[in-house]
Ligand binder design. Structure first.
Ligand SMILES: Cc1cc2nc3c(=O)[nH]c(=O)nc-3n(C[C@H](O)[C@H](O)[C@H](O)COP(=O)(O)OP(=O)(O)OC[C@H]3O[C@@H](n4cnc5c(N)ncnc54)[C@H](O)[C@@H]3O)c2cc1C
Length: 384
């Protein structure tokens, strides 16, 4: 546990106005907003890439979206991003119908709005949002501590091969935004336990997430012809009542030119709870494919290659009801992300829109605590 640092101990550290932990959608939009009005902002991100759960993995001469599969326009943020990105690169409508398997047949989910994809991978959204921001990659925030002048000291650790001195291992900031799933924010907040109100910490601790195990599987090129001959109407199928499988995406249908089919299988939360920490994932991956092969194509259980990713915090099951969680004691800190649901909006947001809205609200709140500068109009967010 870190306590207040002495004034002398941190005068030589990099200093910023706002340090943001996490370069997911919430963190990136918060940084973009605050940078727009002239604050010096740094994002620290434990991974090599940006985007968090808006992730694309490259392998076997192809790529696959292993978190968010596509985006639909359900609010002003995703609409803004869609408009901005489509000015620069190809964005394609993917499907306007998600099918659900009800145990016997496939039914159309009529509540679904059209879904868009980037043929280069969904992570393009995150890269667009993060462009121009100062991001310290492969740096995990491991502890935060208030300083005597009511700023924050943030200790980092290297998570990858970048152990060079070029990216610092600590910094100070007048304000911090923790833009991570709540349990990861709690881990950091608990390093300063005793300085926050019990209500603040208890609210963050009350948030719960469901895990998910995701498998990407590639098949031989001869299966491509078979799919095209059968011409399935679906691009993605959900299995709302299945104990093993939650959804399947026909990943290679997002672009033309792939010679061989690629599918992505997402497990149910219950299945992931049981197998998240299993060492040997061979049987876990097989179980997902077996289930898909029973309902979609029989050969789905025999891929040429496969990879598994474990999402410990995939979907927020128990949110905080508010667009952010914030405290000015012992110094300025805001928490944001898809777990902060803004109930002032009448329409139901998707998780991704919730994350963006929350990051945006966190930026507004932090600015109010700092110098209360004027924000330019919303549309200018998408200009740079
Ligand atoms: C399989 C799957 C399918 C999904 N499908 C949909 C969908 O169909 N529709 C939808 O709306 N949403 C969907 N989502 C959810 C959506 O992707 C998320 O709601 C959204 O991306 C959350 O953004 P965020 O910025 O709040 O958090 P995250 O994306 O989790 O970003 C947090 C970032 O913080 C970083 N981080 C964490 N701790 C630290 C630390 N200590 N130091 C430094 N960095 C740290 C992480 O590496 C990450 O980059 C899906 C998610 C998954 C996993």
């Amino acid at each position: 546990m870190h306590d207040r640092l002495s004034e002398d101990s941190n005068h030589h550290l990099p200093q910023v106005d706002v340090a943001i932990v996490g370069a997911g959608m919430a963190g990136s939009i918060a940084a973009r907003r605050l940078r727009q009005i002239g604050y010096r902002v740094v994002i620290v991100e434990k991974s090599r890439g940006v985007g968090g759960r808006v992730a694309t993995r490259r392998m076997h001469d192809t790529h696959a979206d292993l978190g968010l599969p596509a985006w639909s326009v359900q609010g002003k943020f995703m609409q803004g991003i869609l408009t901005a990105i489509s000015r620069r690169e190809a964005i394609a409508p993917w499907t306007d119908t998600i099918y659900e398997f009800d145990g016997e047949s496939f039914v159309k989910n009529t509540h679904w709005s059209p879904a868009y994809v980037s043929p280069a991978g969904i992570n393009r959204i995150a890269k667009y949002l993060a462009s121009g921001l100062e991001i310290w990659r492969q740096r995990r925030a491991v502890a935060i501590a208030p300083t005597p002048d009511r700023t924050w000291y943030i200790a980092l650790e290297a998570t990858g091969s970048d152990r060079s001195d070029a990216t610092p291992m600590e910094l100070t900031a007048t304000a911090i935004v923790l833009a991570t799933p709540a349990p990861q924010a709690v881990t950091l907040l608990e390093t300063v336990n005793g300085h926050f109100s019990p209500h603040f910490l208890d609210t963050a601790r009350s948030v719960e997430y469901d895990p998910c195990i995701t498998e990407i599987a590639g098949y031989s090129p001869d299966k491509q012809g078979e799919i095209l001959r059968r011409s399935p109407p679906w691009r993605a199928v959900r299995f709302p009542r299945d104990p093993v499988l939650a959804s399947v995406s026909w990943e290679s249908s997002k672009r033309t030119g792939d010679r061989a089919p690629v599918f992505v299988f997402h497990s149910s939360a219950a299945f992931a709870e049981t197998y998240l920490d299993t060492n040997d994932l061979t049987l876990v991956a097989q179980a997902l494919r077996d289930r898909a092969s029973e309902t979609l194509f029989p050969w789905l259980d025999r891929p040429e290659w496969w990879q598994v990713h474990r999402w410990r915090y995939a979907f927020c099951r128990r949110p905080h009801h508010g667009p952010l969680l914030a405290s000015t004691q012992p110094a300025i800190v805001a928490c944001a992300g898809d777990w902060c649901q803004d109930n002032t909006h009448l329409s139901h947001f998707s998780s991704i829109e919730t994350a963006l809205n929350s990051g945006d609200r966190a930026a507004f709140w932090v600015n109010q605590q700092l110098e209360n500068r004027s924000f330019p109009p919303f549309v200018s967010l998408w200009k740079s």
